[in-house]
Design a protein around this ligand. Sequence first.
Ligand SMILES: [Zn+2]
Length: 328
Amino acid sequence: MHVHVLGNGKSGSGCRVTSRWWQRPFIDLMVANMGLRTSPDDPALDQLYVERLLHWVRESTLGRAVILACDDLYDETGRRFPGLSGLYVPNDYVFELSTRYHEFVPAASIHPARSDAVAELERCVEAGAVMLKLLPCVQVVECNRPAYRPFWQRMAQLNLPLLAHTGGEFSLPTHRRDLQSVETLRLPLECGVNVIAAHCGAPALPWDRNYFDQFDQMRKSFPNLYGDVSALSQITHLRTLDRLREDPRQILYGSDYPVLTTAVWSRMKGWIDQPAYQRIRSIRNPLEKKVQLTLALGFSDQILTDFWGLAPTPQASLDGQSDELTAS
Ligand SMILES: [Zn+2]
Protein backbone atom coordinates (compact mmCIF):
# COMPACT_ATOMS: atom_id res chain seq x y z
CA MET A 1 0.00 0.00 0.00
CA HIS A 2 2.92 2.37 -0.47
CA VAL A 3 4.30 2.38 -4.02
CA HIS A 4 5.27 5.55 -5.86
CA VAL A 5 4.72 6.36 -9.49
CA LEU A 6 6.47 9.37 -10.93
CA GLY A 7 7.28 11.00 -14.21
CA ASN A 8 8.49 14.11 -15.98
CA GLY A 9 5.23 14.65 -17.87
CA LYS A 10 6.97 14.98 -21.24
CA SER A 11 4.56 12.51 -22.79
CA GLY A 12 1.38 13.92 -21.28
CA SER A 13 1.04 12.11 -17.93
CA GLY A 14 0.67 15.45 -16.12
CA CYS A 15 3.47 14.49 -13.68
CA ARG A 16 6.25 16.84 -12.65
CA VAL A 17 9.48 16.11 -10.81
CA THR A 18 12.26 18.41 -9.65
CA SER A 19 15.41 17.35 -7.90
CA ARG A 20 18.46 19.11 -6.55
CA TRP A 21 22.01 18.50 -7.73
CA TRP A 22 23.18 16.76 -4.54
CA GLN A 23 20.45 14.14 -4.93
CA ARG A 24 21.82 13.02 -8.28
CA PRO A 25 24.00 10.12 -6.99
CA PHE A 26 21.05 8.77 -4.98
CA ILE A 27 18.68 9.12 -7.92
CA ASP A 28 21.17 7.23 -10.10
CA LEU A 29 21.27 4.45 -7.49
CA MET A 30 17.48 4.22 -7.39
CA VAL A 31 17.24 4.20 -11.17
CA ALA A 32 19.80 1.37 -11.35
CA ASN A 33 17.94 -0.51 -8.61
CA MET A 34 14.70 -0.26 -10.58
CA GLY A 35 16.47 -1.59 -13.65
CA LEU A 36 15.66 1.50 -15.70
CA ARG A 37 17.85 2.65 -18.53
CA THR A 38 16.78 6.25 -19.06
CA SER A 39 17.54 9.86 -18.13
CA PRO A 40 15.38 12.34 -16.16
CA ASP A 41 14.50 14.24 -19.36
CA ASP A 42 13.63 11.22 -21.50
CA PRO A 43 10.10 11.69 -22.96
CA ALA A 44 9.66 7.91 -22.53
CA LEU A 45 10.51 8.01 -18.79
CA ASP A 46 6.92 7.90 -17.51
CA GLN A 47 5.95 4.89 -19.60
CA LEU A 48 9.24 3.07 -18.91
CA TYR A 49 8.78 3.62 -15.18
CA VAL A 50 5.27 2.13 -15.28
CA GLU A 51 6.32 -0.85 -17.42
CA ARG A 52 9.19 -1.61 -15.06
CA LEU A 53 6.99 -1.39 -11.99
CA LEU A 54 4.36 -3.58 -13.63
CA HIS A 55 7.03 -6.14 -14.46
CA TRP A 56 8.20 -6.25 -10.83
CA VAL A 57 4.64 -6.63 -9.47
CA ARG A 58 3.84 -9.42 -11.94
CA GLU A 59 6.93 -11.44 -11.10
CA SER A 60 6.63 -10.91 -7.34
CA THR A 61 4.48 -12.76 -4.79
CA LEU A 62 2.38 -9.60 -4.40
CA GLY A 63 -1.05 -9.56 -6.03
CA ARG A 64 -1.43 -5.82 -6.40
CA ALA A 65 0.22 -2.56 -5.40
CA VAL A 66 -1.44 0.65 -4.23
CA ILE A 67 0.09 3.45 -6.30
CA LEU A 68 0.17 6.98 -4.92
CA ALA A 69 -0.78 10.32 -6.41
CA CYS A 70 1.05 13.37 -5.02
CA ASP A 71 -0.59 16.78 -4.75
CA ASP A 72 1.13 20.17 -4.83
CA LEU A 73 1.95 22.38 -1.87
CA TYR A 74 -0.82 24.84 -0.88
CA ASP A 75 -0.83 27.57 1.75
CA GLU A 76 -3.68 27.80 4.23
CA THR A 77 -5.64 30.24 2.06
CA GLY A 78 -5.72 27.61 -0.69
CA ARG A 79 -3.07 29.19 -2.90
CA ARG A 80 -1.14 26.62 -4.91
CA PHE A 81 2.67 26.56 -5.26
CA PRO A 82 3.50 24.19 -8.13
CA GLY A 83 7.03 22.79 -8.00
CA LEU A 84 7.73 23.48 -4.31
CA SER A 85 6.94 19.92 -3.22
CA GLY A 86 9.41 18.37 -5.69
CA LEU A 87 6.93 15.83 -7.05
CA TYR A 88 3.49 16.10 -8.59
CA VAL A 89 1.44 13.10 -9.66
CA PRO A 90 -2.17 13.91 -10.67
CA ASN A 91 -5.03 11.86 -9.25
CA ASP A 92 -6.27 11.17 -12.78
CA TYR A 93 -2.93 9.61 -13.72
CA VAL A 94 -3.14 6.94 -10.99
CA PHE A 95 -6.78 6.31 -11.92
CA GLU A 96 -5.84 5.87 -15.57
CA LEU A 97 -3.01 3.45 -14.73
CA SER A 98 -5.25 1.44 -12.41
CA THR A 99 -7.90 1.13 -15.11
CA ARG A 100 -5.30 -0.04 -17.60
CA TYR A 101 -3.52 -2.51 -15.29
CA HIS A 102 -5.40 -4.52 -12.66
CA GLU A 103 -2.15 -4.91 -10.67
CA PHE A 104 -2.47 -1.26 -9.63
CA VAL A 105 -4.91 0.17 -7.11
CA PRO A 106 -5.16 3.99 -6.91
CA ALA A 107 -4.55 6.24 -3.89
CA ALA A 108 -5.44 9.92 -4.35
CA SER A 109 -3.68 12.97 -2.93
CA ILE A 110 -5.65 16.12 -2.03
CA HIS A 111 -4.36 19.03 -0.01
CA PRO A 112 -7.21 19.85 2.41
CA ALA A 113 -6.62 23.62 1.94
CA ARG A 114 -7.87 23.38 -1.66
CA SER A 115 -11.16 25.17 -2.18
CA ASP A 116 -12.45 22.05 -3.97
CA ALA A 117 -10.99 19.60 -1.40
CA VAL A 118 -14.23 17.87 -0.34
CA ALA A 119 -15.61 17.75 -3.90
CA GLU A 120 -12.32 16.27 -5.16
CA LEU A 121 -12.38 13.75 -2.30
CA GLU A 122 -15.84 12.58 -3.32
CA ARG A 123 -14.85 12.43 -6.98
CA CYS A 124 -11.77 10.33 -6.17
CA VAL A 125 -13.69 7.85 -4.02
CA GLU A 126 -16.24 7.53 -6.82
CA ALA A 127 -13.33 6.87 -9.22
CA GLY A 128 -12.06 4.03 -7.02
CA ALA A 129 -9.47 5.57 -4.67
CA VAL A 130 -8.75 3.23 -1.74
CA MET A 131 -6.66 5.70 0.27
CA LEU A 132 -5.54 9.32 0.53
CA LYS A 133 -1.81 10.07 0.61
CA LEU A 134 -0.24 13.21 2.09
CA LEU A 135 3.26 14.31 3.08
CA PRO A 136 2.48 17.00 5.71
CA CYS A 137 6.09 18.21 6.08
CA VAL A 138 6.57 18.47 2.30
CA GLN A 139 3.14 19.66 1.12
CA VAL A 140 2.69 21.84 4.26
CA VAL A 141 -0.46 20.18 5.58
CA GLU A 142 -1.23 21.21 9.14
CA CYS A 143 -3.63 18.36 9.69
CA ASN A 144 -4.69 19.68 13.11
CA ARG A 145 -6.11 22.95 11.70
CA PRO A 146 -9.74 23.18 12.86
CA ALA A 147 -10.71 24.36 9.34
CA TYR A 148 -9.88 20.87 8.01
CA ARG A 149 -12.33 19.11 10.34
CA PRO A 150 -15.12 18.76 7.70
CA PHE A 151 -12.59 17.23 5.29
CA TRP A 152 -11.49 14.58 7.82
CA GLN A 153 -15.10 13.93 8.82
CA ARG A 154 -16.04 13.29 5.20
CA MET A 155 -13.06 10.95 4.86
CA ALA A 156 -14.22 9.00 7.92
CA GLN A 157 -17.76 8.78 6.46
CA LEU A 158 -16.34 7.52 3.17
CA ASN A 159 -14.17 5.00 5.08
CA LEU A 160 -11.08 6.27 3.28
CA PRO A 161 -7.80 5.74 5.16
CA LEU A 162 -5.09 8.41 5.27
CA LEU A 163 -1.48 7.48 4.62
CA ALA A 164 0.63 10.33 6.00
CA HIS A 165 4.39 10.60 5.90
CA THR A 166 5.93 10.91 9.39
CA GLY A 167 9.55 11.29 10.46
CA GLY A 168 12.50 12.36 8.36
CA GLU A 169 12.18 12.84 4.63
CA PHE A 170 15.09 12.40 2.27
CA SER A 171 13.86 12.43 -1.33
CA LEU A 172 11.61 15.50 -1.24
CA PRO A 173 12.15 18.98 0.25
CA THR A 174 10.97 19.39 3.85
CA HIS A 175 9.33 22.79 4.26
CA ARG A 176 8.00 22.28 7.78
CA ARG A 177 10.11 20.11 10.07
CA ASP A 178 7.50 20.37 12.85
CA LEU A 179 5.00 18.55 10.62
CA GLN A 180 7.10 15.36 10.72
CA SER A 181 5.62 14.40 14.09
CA VAL A 182 2.86 11.84 14.66
CA GLU A 183 1.13 14.35 16.93
CA THR A 184 0.33 16.31 13.77
CA LEU A 185 -2.20 13.59 12.87
CA ARG A 186 -4.36 13.96 15.99
CA LEU A 187 -7.35 15.75 14.43
CA PRO A 188 -7.96 13.22 11.63
CA LEU A 189 -7.63 10.45 14.26
CA GLU A 190 -10.18 12.18 16.49
CA CYS A 191 -12.52 12.51 13.51
CA GLY A 192 -12.42 8.72 13.16
CA VAL A 193 -10.19 8.43 10.08
CA ASN A 194 -8.02 5.31 9.90
CA VAL A 195 -4.58 6.93 9.78
CA ILE A 196 -1.40 5.15 8.70
CA ALA A 197 1.75 6.89 9.92
CA ALA A 198 4.20 5.99 7.16
CA HIS A 199 7.57 4.81 8.55
CA CYS A 200 6.18 5.08 12.15
CA GLY A 201 7.97 8.41 12.59
CA ALA A 202 11.43 6.98 11.88
CA PRO A 203 14.38 9.24 11.07
CA ALA A 204 15.74 9.27 7.51
CA LEU A 205 19.10 10.82 8.36
CA PRO A 206 21.12 10.44 11.58
CA TRP A 207 20.29 13.96 12.78
CA ASP A 208 16.54 13.65 12.24
CA ARG A 209 14.37 13.39 15.32
CA ASN A 210 12.89 9.94 16.00
CA TYR A 211 9.12 10.08 16.56
CA PHE A 212 8.72 6.37 17.26
CA ASP A 213 7.92 6.85 20.98
CA GLN A 214 5.19 9.30 20.06
CA PHE A 215 3.81 6.82 17.54
CA ASP A 216 3.98 4.03 20.09
CA GLN A 217 2.09 6.03 22.73
CA MET A 218 -0.53 7.21 20.28
CA ARG A 219 -1.21 3.76 18.83
CA LYS A 220 -2.18 2.68 22.35
CA SER A 221 -4.77 5.46 22.70
CA PHE A 222 -5.99 5.41 19.07
CA PRO A 223 -7.00 1.97 17.76
CA ASN A 224 -7.41 3.69 14.36
CA LEU A 225 -3.70 4.64 14.19
CA TYR A 226 -1.53 2.32 12.16
CA GLY A 227 2.08 2.41 11.03
CA ASP A 228 3.83 0.96 8.00
CA VAL A 229 7.22 -0.70 7.54
CA SER A 230 7.83 1.06 4.23
CA ALA A 231 11.41 2.15 3.54
CA LEU A 232 12.60 0.72 6.90
CA SER A 233 15.84 -1.22 6.35
CA GLN A 234 18.68 1.29 6.64
CA ILE A 235 20.96 1.95 9.63
CA THR A 236 18.86 4.94 10.79
CA HIS A 237 15.82 2.63 11.04
CA LEU A 238 17.27 -0.08 13.29
CA ARG A 239 15.83 1.18 16.56
CA THR A 240 12.37 1.51 14.99
CA LEU A 241 12.59 -1.96 13.44
CA ASP A 242 13.73 -3.43 16.74
CA ARG A 243 10.69 -2.01 18.56
CA LEU A 244 8.30 -3.01 15.78
CA ARG A 245 9.55 -6.60 15.80
CA GLU A 246 8.86 -6.70 19.56
CA ASP A 247 5.40 -5.20 19.17
CA PRO A 248 3.96 -5.41 15.64
CA ARG A 249 0.44 -4.28 16.58
CA GLN A 250 -1.35 -2.08 14.02
CA ILE A 251 1.52 -2.38 11.54
CA LEU A 252 0.88 -2.65 7.81
CA TYR A 253 3.09 -3.63 4.93
CA GLY A 254 4.39 -1.12 2.39
CA SER A 255 7.60 -0.85 0.39
CA ASP A 256 7.97 2.84 -0.54
CA TYR A 257 9.25 1.68 -3.96
CA PRO A 258 11.52 2.93 -5.55
CA VAL A 259 13.24 3.49 -2.19
CA LEU A 260 16.08 0.99 -1.74
CA THR A 261 15.91 -2.04 0.58
CA THR A 262 19.02 -3.56 2.11
CA ALA A 263 19.41 -6.69 4.24
CA VAL A 264 22.92 -5.80 5.37
CA TRP A 265 22.02 -4.04 8.65
CA SER A 266 19.54 -6.75 9.62
CA ARG A 267 22.33 -9.29 9.15
CA MET A 268 24.78 -7.21 11.20
CA LYS A 269 22.21 -6.97 14.01
CA GLY A 270 21.92 -10.78 13.91
CA TRP A 271 18.19 -10.58 13.10
CA ILE A 272 18.61 -12.80 10.04
CA ASP A 273 21.07 -15.67 9.56
CA GLN A 274 23.68 -15.93 6.81
CA PRO A 275 21.63 -18.16 4.45
CA ALA A 276 18.64 -15.79 4.72
CA TYR A 277 20.92 -12.83 4.08
CA GLN A 278 22.41 -14.47 0.98
CA ARG A 279 18.99 -15.41 -0.32
CA ILE A 280 17.53 -11.90 0.15
CA ARG A 281 20.63 -10.21 -1.22
CA SER A 282 20.39 -12.20 -4.43
CA ILE A 283 16.78 -11.13 -5.14
CA ARG A 284 16.87 -8.69 -8.05
CA ASN A 285 13.20 -7.66 -7.86
CA PRO A 286 13.07 -4.68 -5.42
CA LEU A 287 9.43 -5.37 -4.47
CA GLU A 288 10.12 -9.03 -3.69
CA LYS A 289 13.32 -8.21 -1.80
CA LYS A 290 11.34 -6.02 0.60
CA VAL A 291 8.65 -8.69 1.08
CA GLN A 292 11.23 -11.37 1.82
CA LEU A 293 13.22 -9.18 4.22
CA THR A 294 10.03 -8.26 6.10
CA LEU A 295 9.05 -11.93 6.52
CA ALA A 296 12.62 -12.94 7.47
CA LEU A 297 12.54 -10.26 10.18
CA GLY A 298 9.67 -12.18 11.75
CA PHE A 299 6.67 -10.07 10.70
CA SER A 300 3.64 -12.25 9.97
CA ASP A 301 2.38 -12.39 6.40
CA GLN A 302 -0.90 -11.00 7.73
CA ILE A 303 0.60 -7.50 7.59
CA LEU A 304 0.61 -7.86 3.81
CA THR A 305 -3.19 -8.03 3.70
CA ASP A 306 -4.40 -6.21 6.84
CA PHE A 307 -4.73 -2.98 4.84
CA TRP A 308 -7.84 -4.34 3.09
CA GLY A 309 -9.60 -4.47 6.45
CA LEU A 310 -9.57 -0.68 6.62
CA ALA A 311 -9.94 0.44 3.02
CA PRO A 312 -12.77 0.44 0.48
CA THR A 313 -12.82 -2.66 -1.73
CA PRO A 314 -10.87 -2.04 -4.94
CA GLN A 315 -13.05 -1.85 -8.02
CA ALA A 316 -11.61 -4.67 -10.11
CA SER A 317 -11.18 -7.99 -8.31
CA LEU A 318 -7.85 -9.77 -8.11
CA ASP A 319 -8.88 -12.39 -10.62
CA GLY A 320 -10.50 -9.81 -12.89
CA GLN A 321 -8.52 -9.34 -16.08
CA SER A 322 -8.06 -5.95 -17.65
CA ASP A 323 -8.27 -5.55 -21.45
CA GLU A 324 -4.58 -4.82 -21.55
CA LEU A 325 -3.74 -8.12 -19.87
CA THR A 326 -6.09 -10.16 -22.01
CA ALA A 327 -4.61 -8.54 -25.08
CA SER A 328 -0.99 -9.14 -24.12
ZN1 LIG B 1 6.78 7.14 0.26
